[in-house]
Write a protein that binds this ligand. Structure first.
Ligand code: NIG
Ligand code: FE
Length: 401
């Protein structure tokens, strides 16, 4: 049993509290030093100086360490079975990544029971909690038939409210000779079966997956049925779909490894978040990373996510993405932390997570470090002491949460 409080409590002696509200503290991260925060009924009830805290609540002492909002992971593919470590090893020996590997996971996923899929996803969610993530979007996309896609979104809906139907991950093998018939299946019977469990619709619009016009057709079918669109774009080649994504008001366009100056200008003027997934460039040994610096300088909102999936990026770890964003994409540490929290919230169009303003969900993380800068300064080191979601402990170092 954890000794760390769950329920109503005040966390005091926080050396550095990141609120992500510039009205509450310094800079874009809204930093308060010597801070305290009170949690009541799973929400943030008060934020201020430790000297002014309500001492009637149960007290937790942060001992001068840093507290941040829980990470918001707006892009994960954790409903799958099987393992592709051989593919990874071969890639590191020179065989390039391609979208075709998705079909290997599809065969294993079709063979897995609902319970097996759920246990595997829960294992990955536990890893996410351990690395500070409290909000998780989960996609289907390894079923590629009506029954397995439905099973996938059903399992996802038992684990999160942010469920994404990605039947259009790649054309199923059975439709290799007639991809448009697969598009009709996804936009018709498969969509109908997955609708009750889904909030979002996504398409992998890229080389070896779906064309811009196929993508538009599928996203429009989802929108017509009340789903909200998001999209995978420009991971493997420079495509032409950024304008379409913006026109359909996609909440995020993700990957964006390839971008023109025109794409960057258009994204900066839009409501579509640039969803960057640098662990994918790392794990696919991409020759370059997305132009995060140019996106931010143009005024685009950027999110960060590990893109957890068994093929292109088998990491669930947001601190690793922060380290990569700083080192490889020239984002500042502050920009990276903001992207991993508020950026993700914006990519999911949520205003109750990603920040620690009064009334927000009590999703917060106590570090074993005086500052969040350590995520980039001490890469690979587990720095999370306690993770709370809705005021409840979901991870406590050295204790079973
Ligand atoms: O986000 N890009 C498309 N989908 C996944 C990769 C899926 C796989 O290789 O299994 C991604 O990188
Ligand atoms: Fe992805």
């Amino acid at each position: 049993m954890s000794k760390t409080p769950t329920g109503d409590f005040s966390l005091i002696n926080i050396g550095q509290l990141v609120t992500n509200n510039s009205q509450l503290g310094e800079g874009q991260l809204g930093i308060i030093n010597n801070a305290a925060i009170s949690i009541v009924d799973g929400k943030v009830a008060w934020v201020g100086q430790t000297s002014n805290v309500d001492k009637s609540l149960q007290i937790v002492d942060a001992n001068g360490d840093c507290v941040i909002p829980g990470f918001v992971d707006s892009h994960s593919h954790i409903i799958f079975a099987g393992d592709r470590s051989n593919e990874f090893a071969a890639r590191m020996a020179g065989i390039p990544y391609s979208a075709g590997g998705i079909k290997v996971t599809t065969a294993a996923t079709r063979a897995a029971s609902e319970q097996e899929l759920k246990i595997n996803a829960q294992r990955l969610i536990a890893e996410m909690h351990e690395s500070g993530t409290t909000t998780i979007e989960i996609k289907s996309g390894y079923g590629l038939d009506v029954e397995t896609e439905k099973r996938s979104v059903k399992v996802a809906s038992e684990l999160t409210v942010e469920v994404t139907f990605l039947g259009a991950h790649v054309v199923a093998t059975e439709f290799a000779d007639n991809p448009d018939a697969y598009v009709d299946l996804v936009a018709g019977p498969m969509l109908d079966a997955c609708l009750p469990y889904s909030k979002w619709i996504d398409v992998f619009c890229d080389k070896g997956a779906f064309t811009t016009s196929q993508t538009k057709k599928i996203l429009e079918a989802g929108i017509a049925n009340g789903l909200k669109p998001r999209v995978h774009l420009n991971q493997l080649e420079q495509g032409d779909a950024v304008g379409m994504a913006i026109e359909l008001d996609c909440a995020s366009a993700d990957h964006l490894t390839y971008l023109t100056d025109g794409d960057i200008d258009a994204l900066a003027k839009s409501n579509t978040v640039a969803g960057l997934v640098p662990a994918c460039e790392f794990s696919t040994r991409s020759p370059f990373y997305p132009r995060a610096r140019d996106l931010l300088d143009a005024g685009s909102v950027v999110s960060l996510s590990p893109d957890c999936n068994p093929g292109s990026s088998y990491s669930s770890n947001m601190p690793f993405c922060i380290a990569l964003a700083v080192r490889e994409m020239h984002m500042t540490v502050d920009e990276s932390l903001y992207a991993a929290t508020m950026g993700g919230a914006k990519a999911l169009r949520r205003n109750d997570v990603g920040h620690l303003t009064v009334g927000a969900n009590a999703d917060l993380v106590l570090l074993n470090a005086p500052t969040y800068v350590h995520f980039a300064y001490r890469p690979g080191v587990p720095l999370i002491k306690t993770t709370w979601k809705d005021g409840n402990v979901v991870f406590a170092k050295g204790a079973s949460a």
